[in-house]
Ligand binder design. Structure first.
Ligand SMILES: [Zn+2]
Length: 175
């Protein structure tokens, strides 16, 4: 093989940047509705979501791990548990959210209960947008002190048959 061919083959096999990943899932139950949906999903309903977090790193630690699985649990799974589990996720621009959370239209006691049960999110809560939000906003927030660790991929199972996912590469800039 010529030197030129040799160099080309070497470039092909050596150029990919290694990425090691570790994945853990967590189950939560949430209500939501999809604003603008033409079918049943426009109504208030809920799912038993299974959310798969995949964190990546270019190099493993001294023990040969991306990060201990308990770190994924402590930082990501527990965040879901504390912020979204058994809550109704409504888009902040959803007229229903604005109506339900308006103190003018609800008696104070009702409003307090609703306020505790509804989480206003900055996106129409489809499975795709949930995955994107977790990757783009939760990941950087939770791993800011671990610059080599990245929440690179989230898969949201809305049912046993349907899931959506969002992914960023290890090398793309953290927002
Ligand atoms: Zn749904």
């Amino acid at each position: 093989m010529s030197d030129v061919k040799d160099a080309a083959v070497h470039a092909v096999y050596s150029s990919p940047i290694p990425v090691v990943s570790a994945t853990r899932y967590h189950d939560i139950s949430c209500g939501h509705r999809v604003v603008g949906h033409g079918g049943k999903c426009v109504g208030l309903h809920g799912h038993n979501y299974r959310i798969h977090f995949t964190v990546t790193t270019p190099t493993t630690d001294a023990l040969g791990m991306v990060v201990d699985f308990s770190v994924i649990k402590d930082r990501l799974c527990n965040w879901l548990e504390e912020n979204w589990d058994h809550k109704m996720l409504l888009w902040e621009n959803d007229p229903m959210a604005q109506l339900l959370l308006s103190p003018k239209t609800a008696r104070h006691s009702v409003w307090t209960i609703l306020e505790d049960s509804i989480v206003k999110v900055p996106f129409n809560p489809t499975a795709e947008n949930i995955a994107k939000y977790l990757v783009e906003h939760l990941g950087p927030k939770m791993f800011h002190d671990l610059p080599n660790i990245r929440l690179a991929h989230v898969r949201v199972d809305e049912t046993r048959k349907c899931s959506a996912s969002y992914e960023v590469s290890q090398s793309s800039p953290v927002k």
